[in-house]
Design a protein around this ligand. Structure first.
Ligand code: NDP
Length: 301
């Protein structure tokens, strides 16, 4: 079998189109423009790229983007004071604090100081609790993007065996909650799981969110299973040659060995071009949802 490729790039473009259409409707019918504030502390290069990309796509969808770049040595009090100001700003409907934060800042404290209604990343303890109890919440963007792709591909997920590899608060745990919410039978695997190959071989749906390049080989995948690869890992690619400074060129790979897994899976997301683009699209969708809720107007589906 050769797997169908689940094209996250194309699907995310459709999601962004829908978001833009809803934004236009909010402006025309209610005179409201959704606004997303992104807070970046420090100069982590990967975070800078993500923040730039988030800002660009927010503006392209017709929304307002507010970027707050703070020095790496910003005090916790100053960061909390900015969040308080954004919590009280009626033009800001979504607030995202780019993680990871510099070590001297307490990530839990910072995230939990965001108003839950504006917590478009869905990491606030209230949103975690609401998701866990099946109530209306802000859902973390990466797992939401994965769920949307799975629903698009399968329709109903009811009764399917799903294995999530990874138990982080950002991806693994909320992913498992979402799959449970869609009536999958869910196993969460992690670094202490016994017989991981055996666990993965039972799964109709495999979501890999580990951060280890190509750790899931194709022969772990059940014939016809759907594989969602969340991992983003940069590895050396000597076949691409060297950079001007003599260093070896690199390429991105997922947590799944794509070539061999594609021989067995029914469908699979590529890296790049799978989960990644869906994450920002879901951030934009969450911002529109937060804006609609704040203004008591109809939410997008
Ligand atoms: P974390 O490092 O927070 O979590 C990794 C998880 O993998 C942990 O639960 C860990 O288990 C588990 N793990 C580690 N080694 C093994 C192993 N040998 N076998 C089984 N499980 C193992 O990572 P994140 O959840 O934040 O991210 C995971 C990956 O997803 C990364 O590559 C990241 O870059 C990518 N990512 C991609 C996004 C996107 O938009 N596409 C967004 C967010 C993340 P334990 O808890 O026991 O240590």
């Amino acid at each position: 079998m050769t797997a169908q490729i689940i094209d996250g790039k194309a699907f995310s473009a459709k999601v962004r189109e829908k978001v833009a259409a809803h934004v236009a409707k909010l402006k025309d019918e209610h005179g409201i423009t959704p606004g997303l504030a992104v807070v970046l502390v420090g100069e982590d290069p990967a975070s800078q790229v993500y923040v730039r990309s988030k800002g660009k796509q927010t503006v392209e969808a017709g929304m307002n983007s507010y970027e707050h770049k703070l020095d790496a040595d910003t005090s916790e009090a100053d960061l909390l004071s900015l969040i308080d100001q954004l919590n009280n700003d009626p033009d800001v409907h979504g607030i995202l604090v780019q993680l990871p934060l510099p070590k001297h800042l307490d990530e839990d404290l910072v995230i939990n100081s965001i108003s839950p209604e504006k917590d478009v990343d869905g990491f606030h303890i209230s949103n975690v609790g609401l998701l866990g109890t099946g109530q209306k919440s802000m859902v973390p963007c990466t797992p939401l993007g994965c769920l949307m792709m799975l629903r698009e591909h399968h329709g109903s997920l009811s009764g399917m065996d799903a294995v999530v590899i990874g138990r982080s608060n950002i991806v693994g745990k909320p992913m498992a909650q979402l799959l449970l919410g869609d009536s999958c039978t869910v196993t969460i695997a992690h670094s202490r799981t016994k017989d991981l190959p055996g666990v993965v071989r039972r799964a109709d749906i495999v979501v890999a969110a580990v951060g280890r390049p190509e750790m899931v080989p194709g022969d772990w995948i059940k014939e016809g299973a759907t594989v969602i690869d969340v991992g983003i890992n940069r590895i050396e690619a000597p076949e691409k040659g060297t950079n001007e400074d003599g260093s070896v060129k690199t390429r991105l790979v997922g947590d799944v060995e794509f070539a061999s897994a594609s021989e067995r899976a029914g469908a699979i997301t590529p890296v790049p071009g799978g989960v990644g683009p869906m994450t920002i699209a879901c951030l934009l969708a969450n911002t529109v949802t937060a804006c609609c809720r704040a203004n008591g107007v109809e939410e997008p589906e």
